[in-house]
Write a protein that binds this ligand. Sequence first.
Ligand SMILES: *[C@@H]1O[C@H](CO)[C@@H](O)[C@H](O)[C@H]1NC(C)=O
Ligand SMILES: *[C@@H]1O[C@H](CO)[C@@H](O)[C@H](O)[C@H]1NC(C)=O
Ligand SMILES: *[C@@H]1O[C@H](CO)[C@@H](O)[C@H](O)[C@H]1NC(C)=O
Ligand SMILES: *[C@@H]1O[C@H](CO)[C@@H](O)[C@H](O)[C@H]1NC(C)=O
Ligand SMILES: *[C@@H]1O[C@H](CO)[C@@H](O)[C@H](O)[C@H]1NC(C)=O
Ligand SMILES: *[C@@H]1O[C@H](CO)[C@@H](O)[C@H](O)[C@H]1NC(C)=O
Length: 463
Amino acid sequence: MKGSIIIATAIGILSPCIEALTLQQRTTGAPRVVRFDIERREVQDPAARDSLRRRGTASATLDNLLTDQVTLYFANATLGTPAQTLRLHIDTGSSDLWVNTPTSTLCSSQGECDTAGTYTANSSSTYSYVSSDFNISYVDGSGASGDYVTDTITFGTTTLDDLQFGIGYESSSAQGILGIGYEVNEVQVSRVGKSAYQNLPAKLVADSVIASNAYSLWLDDLASSTGSILFGGVDKAKYTGSLQTLPIQQYGGQYSEFLVTMTGITMGGATVAENLAEPVLFDSGSSLTYLPDSITESIYESVSAQYSAEDGTAFVPCSLANSNSTIDFTFSSPVISVPMDEMVITVYSSTGRQLTFTDGTDACLFGIAPSGSGVNVFGDTFLRSAYVVFDLDNNEISIAQTNFSATTSDILEIASGTAGVPGATAVTDSVAATGISSTDDTSSSILGSINATSTVYTLPMYG
Ligand SMILES: *[C@@H]1O[C@H](CO)[C@@H](O)[C@H](O)[C@H]1NC(C)=O
Ligand SMILES: *[C@@H]1O[C@H](CO)[C@@H](O)[C@H](O)[C@H]1NC(C)=O
Ligand SMILES: *[C@@H]1O[C@H](CO)[C@@H](O)[C@H](O)[C@H]1NC(C)=O
Ligand SMILES: *[C@@H]1O[C@H](CO)[C@@H](O)[C@H](O)[C@H]1NC(C)=O
Ligand SMILES: *[C@@H]1O[C@H](CO)[C@@H](O)[C@H](O)[C@H]1NC(C)=O
Ligand SMILES: *[C@@H]1O[C@H](CO)[C@@H](O)[C@H](O)[C@H]1NC(C)=O
């Protein structure tokens, strides 16, 4: 979510409800994997009105919705002894786990942190203080600071002792985050200059729960309420074709973000852009997909999207979801095809009514927005169509087309060492991304340059 754009639509979203996480028992030959199953529920947007206005008219900010219902993928876990229950937002775009505490100014106000839960260090017999170095800020302007501590974490049947995480004694976000990115992006490394600690995926490896620091993300389609993240494994039944492996692109001379190279886009078979070498960030913490402005503009023209500059995003007639067209993204060689209905997001009003344009046509949020001067972000509107293996040990990402119809599971362990992702083949002649600073730019992250005005979605109001 560092780099993430939290979109406060009521995207028909998604109060999370996580099914039990299952640890595949480590019997002989059984894969060592840990799976989070994710369940989604629709919630209505309490702030939206019934109609959309044309651009140029007044808009109302929905940032009261940004607190916890807008991000899409969550997991339940407990921390401490006895267990304290938390709901965590899973974020491939950051690297620290952190949670709120009930005594912060934010959480002391009534009910603010109830949904996501809080953690009280002094109520846990297994708590241990590490430092006061914890201080994280996200692109949307939210953040938290306080202590780094260690304690026991349990999710499903998996328990890890002494996992390091942050406590937000000061916090502006009611939602705790489970960042599962590169350790080098932990704030104790990137801000304080200390060496890395083992964050959740690294600790799963260190404690021999999984064999390799790699995990697979399967979000399934928009209509579905399930998805999963599989630490240490690949579920072969969840994609079609074969996994193809791309090198992660370095930023600032190191591997720190899930950046790969996008080389072309077609729509309904027609070329939108080709011969590109665009760095794109795979970020589960972002709801929408952010593409270069000129490409976004071409796509908007093709689908008759109505862009709102104030909102930084566009609306389309909901009937676009009936189109059989796809938007196809090429990554040197593999192509991920995103069905148009995955890009058309229903937005509800407070009364549960469909939003409409002023002429009465049903209006839906479009899943692509302009990246402006910021990095291109491939968020959930793209990721749902892709089965993605994030291999942190080998600095590679393997992708395949998701099988939206998958009903079965065929889970294989990701082995340690190189080429450990089962069935994956390396893309030969993969294109290097251009436009990524190769110098040590510690002053600002590319992610920090995402236009902050895009991070708060405002819904045009009617009447
Ligand atoms: C996850 O936590 C939420 C909120 O406490 C709860 O409603 C839900 O049932 C939990 N899911 C599971 C599988 O425990
Ligand atoms: C925990 O309790 C100790 C002893 O009462 C106190 O000094 C400390 O400030 C407490 N820590 C927190 C985080 O409340
Ligand atoms: C955390 O970092 C922010 C931004 O750098 C800074 O403004 C703030 O003072 C820091 N908070 C603490 C408690 O150090
Ligand atoms: C999409 O495909 C379905 C099934 O092939 C067909 O019935 C429908 O008419 C098509 N819709 C459009 C807009 O082409
Ligand atoms: C951010 O977006 C606003 C509104 O679209 C625009 O006026 C501004 O120039 C943008 N800033 C950058 C740095 O791109
Ligand atoms: C997709 O999954 C379904 C249900 O498991 C299966 O029947 C189908 O063969 C799969 N499609 C492909 C192309 O693998």
